[in-house]
Design a protein around this ligand. Structure first.
Ligand code: NAD
Ligand code: TDX
Length: 342
């Protein structure tokens, strides 16, 4: 007789974590999810409102650095896997202040790894990023592979790289079952409107300009969030212990191309795009080689970029209350600090 798969998700009230919870509840028949989320500025109970009363889902309001609380939670609820999404995730905020990035991304991951070891959790999946590899030159035909050296440039990327090394150390030192994924830039519904795509969409809907950093030629490899979480579940179930899996869409776009595509969808003139000072240490280009996960696990992206972008714009049009509630108070203070009076 099958018993339910028990999953601890951390950071499940954020953009990608909430998509993971939704995906699991909708596609895995017998599942129990414990979502550990500290509800920082980026966490939002609205993201999982539809599942609030679902008996297969519970939210624990705690930080991943709260060893005592999570020790109790795991003693009472043994789990089959921990999937660690919890992080400070925005590069620009890490440039303004790196401390919370070290606290959550580095120390928090270390606490979770130790809990996984003492509670004999059979698997730990660390959700990492292509930013740990640093920057590629423009126009190059080379991509990041799992064996590329780690040369992170932003405080955010450095904190994620440190967490990756702690995960690999736990595998090599204690023989813990650890897998790491490194995904490229995600887009889709519920993304916090500080990131490029939702920032430009919501500014567009509000009649505000679009601050494009530097020459606008920096390149990112965009992947729909639903393709990311499907890959994560494959790695959680079938990934090899101690291994790293890159996840990417082979969908490289310059920031200006993204901005112009959004302007076309929203019927706005390109003059809405306003060049501003460059991001400090701005990585030029990210591009991911995801052959390994395709060959070993059979994953490949399903969402078409043009369609995915149109659907994402439509989602923000249909969910004005969601983002309008975010773009107040502390968000406006951050906006002013980051962009000045625009
Ligand atoms: P997000 O900022 O939208 O959400 C982060 C979530 O973590 C929030 O719900 C927040 O409340 C929670 N959180 C923050 N600190 C916490 C703590 N100390 N304890 C418990 N919960 C805490 O982030 P996202 O964009 O969904 O990214 C999720 C993960 O995926 C991150 O680890 C990020 O590094 C990684 N990632 C993101 C992308 C991307 O394009 N967004 C790409 C690759 C990897
Ligand atoms: O106002 C802006 N103007 C602008 O030109 C913002 C917010 C961004 N940009 C540029 C910077 C980047 O080249 O757009 C690109 C994308 O920026 P972000 O959305 O901030 O993403 P990025 O810095 O690439 O990092 C993202 O991908 C990797 C996520 O935020 C990370 O969490 C993930 O690890």
């Amino acid at each position: 007789e099958a018993t339910a798969m028990r999953v601890m998700i951390t950071g499940g009230l954020g953009f990608i974590g909430s998509q993971m919870v939704r995906y699991l509840l909708e596609t895995v028949p017998d599942i129990h999810i414990i979502n550990v989320d500290a509800l920082t500025y980026a966490g939002n109970l609205e993201n999982l409102k539809d599942y609030e009363n679902d008996p297969r889902y519970e939210w624990v309001h705690a930080s991943i650095g709260d060893q005592a609380t999570l020790d109790r939670v795991l003693a009472e609820n043994p789990v089959d896997v921990i999937i660690n999404f919890a992080a400070e995730s925005h590069v620009d905020r890490s440039i303004l202040s790196a401390a919370p990035f070290v606290t959550t991304n580095v120390l928090g991951t270390q606490v979770l790894l130790e809990l996984a070891r003492t509670h004999h959790v059979p698997r730990f999946l660390q959700v990492s990023t292509d930013e740990v590899y640093g920057s590629l030159p423009l126009g190059g035909s080379n991509w990041f592979s799992e064996t590329s050296p780690l040369t992170p440039n932003s405080p955010y990327a450095a904190s994620k790289a440190a967490a990756d090394f702690l995960c690999l150390a736990a595998f090599r030192t204690y023989g813990q079952d650890v897998v790491i994924t490194r995904c490229s830039n995600n887009y889709g519904p519920y993304q916090f409107p500080e990131k490029l795509i939702p920032l430009f969409i919501t500014n567009g809907l509000e009649g505000k300009t679009w601050p494009l950093y530097g020459d606008g030629q920096n390149v990112r490899d965009w992947l729909h969030v639903s393709d990311h979480v499907r890959a994560l579940w494959m790695v959680a179930l079938q990934g090899k212990s101690g291994q790293i899996y890159n996840i990417g869409g082979h969908n490289e776009k310059s920031n200006r191309e993204v901005a112009e595509a959004l302007a076309d969808i929203l019927h706005l003139p390109y003059s809405v795009i306003t060049p501003v000072a460059d991001r400090l240490g701005h990585d030029r280009r990210y591009a991911i080689d995801s052959q390994k996960i395709t060959k070993e696990l059979g994953w490949h992206p399903l969402v078409d970029w043009e369609q995915g972008l149109r659907d994402t714009v439509q989602w923000y049009k249909d969910h004005e209350a969601w983002w309008k509630a975010i773009k107040t108070g502390a968000y406006l203070e951050y906006y002013q600090q980051q962009y000045g009076p625009l």
